[in-house]
Design a protein around this ligand. Structure first.
Ligand SMILES: [Zn+2]
Length: 120
């Protein structure tokens, strides 16, 4: 597990400016239409999430390949993985959901690891 890259103070200022710009553009596009504002917020949110995490179908396919490669076992506790409620964990978040950077964990192991990282 590599520590995630974080933003410097200067980069945080730039990120806030980007966010302000995006919000202003959404406001301008939506005008008085709150339904359109909602839909634009949702679309931008979803697309940015895909930029960071990849598309759900690609993650599901990778997870299935990894479960097979792990012989159906959690890499942490070596117990059989359940059919659902498993976690595709990135070793380095910024390296993305790609083979060689992911592993499949059972939910209890993922929670313990997240707590260890201070994320849960
Ligand atoms: Zn486990």
């Amino acid at each position: 597990m590599t520590a995630n890259r974080t933003l410097t103070e200067t980069e945080l200022v730039a990120a806030r400016a980007l966010l302000d710009d995006i919000r202003a553009r959404i406001d301008a596009a939506a005008g008085e239409d709150d339904g359109l504002r909602f839909a634009l917020n949702r679309k931008v949110y979803k697309e940015l999430t895909y930029d960071e995490r990849g598309r759900p179908n690609a993650r599901q396919s990778l997870k299935a390949r990894m479960v097979k490669a792990q012989n159906g076992l959690c890499v942490q506790c070596a117990k059989p993985l359940p059919d659902s409620d498993t976690v595709l964990d990135r070793l380095a978040a910024d390296a993305g959901y790609v083979a060689g950077n992911v592993r499949v964990l059972c939910r209890p192991c993922d929670l313990a690891i997240q707590r260890g990282r201070g994320l849960a």
